[in-house]
Unconditional design. Structure first.
Length: 452
């Protein structure tokens, strides 16, 4: 007779006996009978309750509302209610001086057919809405002019924004960038933020597209401090909780890789859920911090791509938008055509990499911004719409798209409509769906504005 150790001992024998009993019970289950009990399912639900809360609260996905294709930065004291229209006129003049929008499209590599579709839309855009998002800058673009001068400028900027909104000539998105929360500028930045928001609140309803930008963030604690500041402003001005959202500029290496080897930027969506509206890459501060020489500082430098890929991973599924940075090679003087080609290529590169927004610094960058953006959506429209129609109508085709890909196809078409590259009337004919269904396909958990 073999001893107990040869068969694994009493505990192993008991486990084998339990398995035999379970197999016996399974053989006695009839067809369609479930093995997992209600108690089993309840235990699994309890185990995953924390995961469910995390996904619901921290990963709501994009809400489908309009995202601007660019942000224009201007020193705060240069803004007036007619600023956007003035820039639009200067943008048109810059294009006309070089042969018109059609010549610019050709310069960017667009064939005759594509240019014929893009050019009139760009021309209409520059006349109707030349700036989608405007940031009145109190940071690098304003500098240190003393407290009295900045106080006056903050109050004047708020009054000018309120006037532009009231008369319907403000860009759809508008706000300020104030000084950063490092010790030397923290009090000044908070004072400007307070004066601007308080003056706007005193003038009436805050603009729907109000955006606040926190620059040069290095730590999670600075973002938590910003969350506290805007929460207090909401309380004081009787605003709904969460009304004041803000952007974070990612322009320091400390935010991408912290001293403990983790990525602080990946924590931001979760320490202040729902408060951050976007992450904006700062091309030149970030590159300079890594000691990239000025000649090679660029949106397409490998250090820039690495930082932006980390940002992209950090906010995936959170609903936080991304913006690429800027190029300081401006289309002026003898450098116009080369600068337009560079800008157009960089805009296209960002779009292809899932960065649907960037910075513009000069009126003459507006034509190349919109020409490159519209070409991106016009070129991709036929294939995206055809695949989307096949998915919706279940007719099959050369590509078998899954629901996640269908969402991406719908989101692509929707972005084209929202920025003006695609006409709303084109969508039903090409994709077989109207704008409400397109929006629902693109963003099943939210329903944002379908157009500009």
């Amino acid at each position: 007779m073999a001893d107990a150790s040869a068969s694994g001992g009493p505990q192993a024998q008991a486990q084998r006996q339990a398995h035999r009993q379970a197999r016996s019970q399974a053989r006695n289950l009839g067809p369609g009978t479930l093995a997992l009990s209600g108690a089993d399912l309840a235990r699994i639900d309890a185990q995953l309750a924390g995961t469910d809360r995390l996904l619901e609260r921290n990963y709501p996905g994009d809400d489908g509302s309009r995202q601007p294709v660019h942000t224009v930065y201007v020193p705060a004291d240069r803004f007036s209610p007619g600023f956007a229209a003035d820039w639009g006129a200067m943008a048109v003049a810059a294009a006309e001086a070089r042969g018109g929008i059609e010549s610019l499209c050709a310069l960017l590599g667009q064939d005759t057919e594509l240019a014929a579709a893009v050019a009139p839309r760009v021309r209409a855009k520059l006349a109707r809405e030349p700036i989608e998002d405007l940031r009145l800058d109190f940071e690098d673009g304003f500098g240190d002019r003393g407290d009295d001068a900045e106080d006056d400028a903050a109050l004047a900027a708020a009054s000018a924004v309120a006037a532009a909104v009231a008369t319907g000539i403000a860009p759809p998105f508008i706000g300020i960038r104030f000084k950063c929360f490092e010790a030397a500028t923290r009090a000044r930045g908070l004072r400007t933020l307070d004066l601007f928001v308080s003056q706007l609140a005193a003038a009436g309803e805050l603009p729907d597209g109000l955006i606040l930008t926190l620059p040069k963030v290095t730590t999670v604690a600075q973002v938590e401090a910003m969350d506290f500041a805007v929460s207090r402003l909401e309380e004081v001005h009787s605003l709904p909780a969460g009304r004041l959202r803000f952007e974070v500029q990612v322009e320091t290496p400390q935010l991408v890789l912290g001293p403990d080897g983790t990525s602080p930027v990946a924590r931001l969506p979760h320490v202040v859920p729902g408060r951050i509206s976007g992450l904006h890459y700062g091309t030149y501060d970030y590159s300079a911090s890594l000691q990239i020489s000025a000649e090679y500082q660029s949106m397409e430098h490998p250090v820039a791509d690495f930082a932006k890929e980390v940002m992209q991973l950090a906010v995936a599924g959170t609903g936080i938008r991304l913006s690429d940075g800027s190029t300081n090679i401006l289309p002026v003087g003898d450098n116009v055509e080369q600068a337009w080609q560079l800008h157009g290529r960089l805009v296209r590169r960002s779009l292809e990499r899932g960065y649907y927004q960037g910075w513009d610094l000069h009126p003459a960058q507006l034509p190349s911004r919109f020409a490159a953006t519209y070409a991106f959506y016009r070129q991709g429209l036929p294939a995206a719409a055809s695949r989307l129609r096949s998915y919706v109508e279940q007719t099959g085709g050369g590509v078998l798209d899954e629901p996640a890909t269908a969402r991406a196809l719908a989101a692509f078409v929707l972005r084209g409509v929202q920025c003006g590259a695609v006409g709303a009337d084109e969508v039903p004919a090409l994709a077989g769906v109207g704008l409400p269904q397109l929006t629902a396909l693109a963003h099943p958990r939210g329903a944002g504005s379908p157009g500009p």
